[in-house]
Design a protein around this ligand. Structure first.
Ligand code: GCO
Ligand code: MG
Length: 403
């Protein structure tokens, strides 16, 4: 089999998505997600201008060789743009291989390790009462694991608080919108939120929380300690992870489990955190960490240290990523949980898919490949719209902070 052509489909059915489609001389096609929120066109250009010319004529079955060729061959290693582009190629090639075999992708990875993929949904509210109601609503929808984020009194715009009832889209403006931040207010509020949730919800559901890189290590240690009575499944991105030593300090103070890695793009970003057992869940995902081939290496390293997977799955990761991720999750031995935010109906129409949700679990389906397609005719109705993620400033003096 030979790759005869490849193209990029950029569309914006409510938000931007970049999709790579690879075609072969045997009529089989495969698709991969290449969406990097707020920097979409850089990946599209990287693929179009620098990767696609190198793919034509290659045997799509040689997934590993093509991966190494793109990774080593660029000379410039790692980074979100490069690794998202490689991921798109890798995902599309796994799709083709599985279609050629007539098997759902998870069978090629080693088959099912579990009956379904436990996912967590997002309960977001403007205040504690509203968030508690949202958590209860997610429990009613069947979710076994729920992430809770709430507005904080005295802070105008807080990460994770949605505009609609099901969808949270942070990339909301054609220039970055500005959020405000107060660590003191957040740290006073968040333990009260989880106390209120546990009181109404009880103890049968997993609860998660995303700090979204906002705290210093010692502040994160304090929050982890304060949340211990509510037995969180995880506290996510408690502090920025460039300095991974920082997690030692958090770890020494709290037994609240820690999750990190949605912005990581290679195993090298994960290595120290995993080998020093500073985290419990690794959040790298198919689209931003080099595809199925590379994610598998990260998961294998993590397994040595009893670190489990918990892949990122916000709506800026397209249904193509979600489909591929669910095959991965069904197989990976050290699976922990998968994030799931429902896409809009417009997005689902552009990306018809075989995966389903039932009672808090997801299933990738059994069609050959990863089970997600792209309808290019519908996609054309939604041209690219520039959209940025927000920036964040300290409330008291306007210092730029981590969003
Ligand atoms: C999450 C993430 C997202 C990111 C978003 C950025 O845990 O789901 O933190 O909400 O902010 O994916 O593009
Ligand atoms: Mg997050």
């Amino acid at each position: 089999m030979k790759i005869t052509s490849a193209r990029i489909i950029v569309c914006s059915p409510g938000r931007n998505f970049v999709t790579l489609k690879i075609e072969t001389d045997e009529g089989l096609t495969g698709i991969g997600d290449a969406t990097l929120n707020g920097r979409e066109l850089s990946v599209a250009s990287y693929l179009q201008d620098h990767v696609i010319p190198c793919l034509i004529g290659r045997d799509p079955h040689q997934i590993e060789d093509i991966w190494q060729y793109l990774y080593r061959g660029a000379y410039w290693r790692r980074g979100p743009i490069t690794m998202t582009a490689i991921a798109a190629v890798d995902t599309a090639l796994w799709d083709i291989k599985a279609k050629a075999a007539g098997l759902p992708l998870y069978q090629l990875l080693g088959g099912k390790s579990r009956t379904g993929v436990m996912v967590y949904g997002h309960a977001n509210g403007s205040d504690i009462e509203h968030t508690v109601d949202e958590v209860l609503r997610y429990a009613d929808m069947g979710y076994k694991a729920i992430r809770a984020q709430s507005g904080v009194p005295g802070i105008d715009k807080v990460y994770g608080v949605g505009r609609g009832t099901m969808f949270y889209e942070p990339a909301d403006a054609d220039l970055p919108s500005e959020h405000d931040w107060s660590t003191e207010k957040y740290l006073r509020h968040t333990p009260k939120l989880f106390a209120a949730i546990r009181e109404k919800l009880g103890w049968d559901h997993h609860l998660l929380h995303d700090v979204h890189h906002r705290l210093t290590p010692i502040e994160a240690a304090r929050l982890g300690k304060d949340l211990e009575p509510y037995r969180l499944f995880w506290m996510e991105d408690a502090t920025p992870a460039e300095n991974q030593e920082a997690f030692k300090l958090i770890r020494q103070h709290t037994t609240t489990p820690l999750a990190v890695g949605e912005i990581f793009n290679t195993i090298w970003d994960c290595k120290d955190l995993i080998e020093n057992q500073l985290i419990d869940f690794i959040r790298t995902t198919v689209v931003h960490a080099g595809g199925i081939s590379h994610l598998r290496r990260i998961a294998d390293l993590a397994a040595l240290y009893q670190v489990r997977t918990g892949s990122h799955g916000a709506t800026d990761l397209s249904p193509v990523c979600m489909g591929a991720a669910l095959h991965f999750d069904l197989w990976v031995p050290n699976f922990g949980i998968q994030e799931y935010m429902k896409h809009t109906d417009e997005t689902d129409a552009v990306f018809p898919h075989a995966y389903t949700f039932k009672e808090g679990f997801m299933y990738p389906g059994d069609v050959p490949g990863h089970g997600v397609d792209v309808d290019e005719t519908i996609a054309k109705k939604y041209p690219y719209q520039r959209a940025y993620l927000p920036v964040n400033r300290q409330q008291h003096d306007g210092t730029l902070w981590n969003w």
